[in-house]
Design a protein around this ligand. Structure first.
Ligand code: NAD
Length: 525
């Protein structure tokens, strides 16, 4: 039986999980029904009632316990991630544990600052005080994909807890086994810290379980996944007007100008294309290289890619791991075959590795790729470097922006002003200059998210934290005056008086202001 057949076995009341790099069965996870989902949301709401009253110091104490868990159990987590997704040990450590630790560190040191009530000017109402308060929304739903099995879970847990929310997580069916282990472990940390573990819950299943969570009584939804399912979640959320943050796919442009440092750019492209075997929403899916350095860049990229070792980290150190799902393997194979049929040239790789051992696609470089080819529009989400030739800044910007997505991007040039100028023209939520676009994820003070079909709303940073809050505007008296603000009954002269106030305050020039003042003082209507 193939892995996809295992996944699709009916009745689908169990998810049978396998290691994509070895095809060894891992175990089965029960599928939650819509009633189970609703019950989880109710439990989360109950747990949140006590949690929302905790101090920031207490929340920090719990986050510190989570940080200790990540550091002390990193090897176990990496091993579980590897088994669940087929990625390499190093990808698990650098792509899952490190960002989790950094996110916790940032939240522990910065979270309170961004959640404390914030004074704002009361403007014209000088007798009033105004402030913004950040209250938890209640229960956050996180519907997440399979590409970072641990990171995708802990990433929303951290801001949810810091802002006083509970969270119900719907992990991807493809990594249901490892997700179940991680969520159990996080719940234990919460319980050991003296709080209700129902603050963090998992609901497991296929798309139907995700759809049930999107329709449930949660207070906000973070959806990370494909555009098609994102659209379905938005539709489902409309029923209760539940707010959503959409983190969808990408087709990131990676621009290499003729004055770029080719060595630096080539290594960054390796990260952009082959980290996590390309299964990265911020993968550098289109490498746009200027004519003058195209051949040199292609030659260096080929030199770096050809010797890459691929396999399971269980058999020793490898550079590139497996593709996490057999469906994704089909997508990559079809995209590459389509590009070749449309005229792309394979410099290296280009094939799936037929073996009973796991889902592998060779690290691949395709040259002579043009914007007319389908592969430059649709997300590949695999270890495929597409080399496209451009002649100048204007063409690079036009090609970069000529897709429906707008997640991250990169620009390489030794002229920083020029690089910044190109960067500012890119339709993307993130841009890294002289680095792989994914590096922005490691700067936790920055936000993460896209424009166009890549979604809306933001994770990470201040905005990500506040996306889980009811941002409440509060006004009160600067000094207790107890003077009624009498607007009723309306007097004959009121219209003229207020019209005078508006002209006095906002009229341009002294004569207009003078006219406003005279109207204000006049008793005529
Ligand atoms: P997917 O859309 O197939 O699944 C994501 C999650 O949605 C899974 O848990 C799935 O079970 C659930 N789901 C499926 N149908 C649903 C429905 N009708 N209602 C509610 N939930 C439903 O995505 P995937 O294949 O798991 O992940 C790959 C995609 O995720 C890529 O497009 C990638 O770019 C994107 N991604 C984006 C980011 C980001 O931050 N922008 C990060 C990682 C991955």
């Amino acid at each position: 039986m193939t892995t996809s057949a295992l996944h699709k076995s009916k009745p689908a009341d169990q998810i049978h999980c396998v290691d994509p790099a070895t095809r060894e069965p891992l175990g089965s996870v029960r599928v939650d029904s819509p009633a189970d989902v609703d019950a989880a949301v109710v439990r989360a709401k109950v747990a949140q009632q006590a949690w929302k009253k905790t101090s920031f110091a207490e929340r920090r104490r719990v986050l510190k316990a989570l940080l200790s868990y990540c550091v002390e159990h990193k090897d176990e987590i990496c091993a579980e991630v590897q088994r669940g997704s087929g990625k390499t040990r190093e990808n698990a450590l650098l792509g899952e544990i490190w960002p989790a630790c950094e996110k916790l560190r940032w939240m522990i040191s910065q979270g309170e600052k961004h959640l404390k009530p914030e004074k704002v000017s009361s403007g014209l109402l000088a007798h009033k005080r105004a402030r913004l308060e950040y209250h938890p929304l209640g229960v956050v739903a996180a519907i997440i994909p399979w590409n970072y099995p641990f990171q995708n879970i802990i990433n929303p847990v951290i801001p949810a807890l810091m802002s006083g929310n509970a969270i119900v997580i719907k992990p991807s069916e493809w990594v249901a086994w490892s997700s179940a282990q991680f969520i159990l472990a996080l719940r234990k940390v919460i319980e050991d810290a003296g709080h209700d573990p129902n603050l963090i819950q998992a609901v497991q299943g296929f798309g139907e379980t995700g759809a049930a969570l999107a329709r449930s009584a949660v207070d906000t939804i973070l959806f990370i996944g494909s555009v098609g399912n994102g659209r379905r979640v938005v539709e489902a959320s409309a029923e209760r007007i539940t707010p959503v943050v959409m983190e969808l796919g990408g087709k990131d442009a990676f621009i290499v100008c003729e004055d770029a440092d080719i060595e630096q750019a080539a290594h960054a492209a390796m990260s952009g294309c082959f980290i996590n075997c390309g299964q990265n929403c911020v993968a550098s899916e289109r490498i746009l290289v200027y004519d003058g350095v195209y051949d040199a860049f292609a030659a260096r990229a080929l030199e770096l890619t050809s010797p890459l070792r691929q396999g399971s980290s269980r058999d020793g150190v490898v550079d590139v791991g497996a593709i996490a799902t057999p469906l994704q393997l089909d997508v990559i194979e079809k995209a590459v075959a389509g590009a070749v049929a449309q005229g792309a040239r394979v410099l290296t790789g280009g094939k799936r590795i037929h073996s009973d051992k796991g889902n592998f696609f060779e690290p691949t470089i395709l040259a002579d790729v043009t914007p007319e080819m389908d592969i430059t529009r649709d997300e590949v989400f695999g270890p495929v470097m597409l080399l496209m030739r451009v002649k100048d800044d204007a063409e690079a910007i036009r090609v970069a922006n000529g897709v429906s997505y707008g997640l991250s991007s990169s620009v390489f040039s030794n002229d920083r002003d020029r690089a910044r100028k190109i960067a500012s023209e890119l339709e993307a939520g993130m841009t890294a200059i002289n680095d792989f676009g994914g590096v922005t994820y490691m700067v936790q003070g920055l936000t993460f998210g896209g424009v166009k079909a890549s979604g809306y709303g933001r994770m990470n940073g201040r905005e990500g934290l506040r996306s889980m809050c009811n941002i409440k505007s509060v006004v009160d008296d600067r000094f207790p005056m107890n003077r009624p603000n009498r607007l009723f009954p309306v007097a004959d002269a009121d219209y003229g008086r207020f019209s005078g106030v508006i002209e006095l305050l906002y009229g341009r020039g002294l004569s207009k202001k003078w006219r406003g003042l005279t109207k204000l003082l006049s008793r005529k209507s």
